[in-house]
Design a protein around this ligand. Structure first.
Ligand SMILES: [Zn+2]
Length: 295
């Protein structure tokens, strides 16, 4: 995928908690380059991780975008070699699309989510989380949480490399924010409570719609006023579909050596996830993502 080299990235909705750790509330954030800075940051991260289980602080973890601003500044010609800068560019493009066209098409009032990078563990309005859960969205604080180390796992363990696979993951999480805005997320939670035997089925409808929304953004990624993303190739689409399939429930069950059991699925099969990404991409219209009707 190609990015606009001249674009100024907007970091106002990005929190850089890398190296901050989850429970490390109130402490100073080490900002600075060089090997020493890196080592100190790692030590802090370990401290933060150790205190993650205890309720040592109610103040939010420190966040600073100073490093990120430096790394992703226009003056850094290699910035789009960095996963964090690509993610910020994709995030800003997602904000542009959903704010301008996507949310109005769904008659939803738009507000931005916040993207928070973290390492190892993080405190959220949805509780404490470690990196092991993978990227996630918390409706309680309207934040998308990503440990960028997940993308190594996606490439190596799940066999889904490529820059656009990373874009797809972020677009999927952003899709959950859109579901919060439309009220679909709340609707699904209510349905799950009313009908516990169909809990997984409803969860799958929620997840497949987020995949569909990722496809819708893909169709619109190169449009818009800001147009941070300048090109999406066939290779990129393959990379996104590869990721959508790789995180399908059947593949994950196979991967972890277990039996493939559709009863326990919560996200949908590889084929379903690829299919719904394609529904969104082919229509370019978020109204096409009615997964509940077709569930
Ligand atoms: Zn999801």
């Amino acid at each position: 995928m190609d990015f606009d080299d001249d674009a100024n990235l907007d970091l106002s909705k990005v929190e850089d908690g890398r190296g901050g750790g989850g429970g490390f509330g109130g402490g100073p954030m080490v900002v600075g380059g060089g090997a020493l800075g890196l080592i100190v940051t790692v030590v802090l991260a370990l401290l933060g991780y150790n205190t993650l289980g205890s309720d040592s602080s109610t103040s939010p973890a420190p966040s600073s975008s100073a490093n990120l601003a430096q790394e992703c500044a226009k003056t850094n010609q290699d910035r789009f070699e960095l996963v964090q800068c690509r993610q910020v560019a994709v995030f800003d493009d997602l904000r542009d699309y959903w704010g301008t066209d996507g949310a109005p098409a769904l008659n939803a009032k738009y507000s931005d989510p916040t993207l928070r990078f973290f390492t190892q563990g993080v405190n959220t309005a949805c509780g404490q989380a470690t990196s092991a859960v993978g990227p996630f969205y918390c409706p309680g604080d309207q934040r998308i949480y990503i440990d960028l180390g997940f993308y190594d796992e996606l490439a190596q363990r799940f066999g889904a490399p490529g820059e656009f696979a990373q874009a797809y993951v972020l677009a999927h999480e952003f899709g959950h924010h859109v579901q919060y805005l439309t009220g679909f997320e709340g609707e699904i939670r209510k349905l799950q409570q009313q009908n516990p035997s169909k809990e997984n089925q409803y969860s799958i409808a929620l997840e497949l719609q987020a995949d569909c929304y990722a496809g819708v953004w893909t169709a619109n990624a190169t449009g818009g006023a800001q147009s941070l993303v300048e090109g999406v190739s066939q290779e990129d689409i393959k990379s996104a579909l590869g990721a959508a399939g790789a995180v399908g429930d059947d593949r994950i069950q196979e991967q972890s050596g277990g039996q493939v059991n559709p009863e326990t699925w919560t996200h949908g099969s590889a084929a379903q996830r690829e299919q719904w990404f394609d529904v969104g991409r082919n229509s370019g219209d978020p109204q096409s993502c009615n997964t509940l009707k077709r569930a």
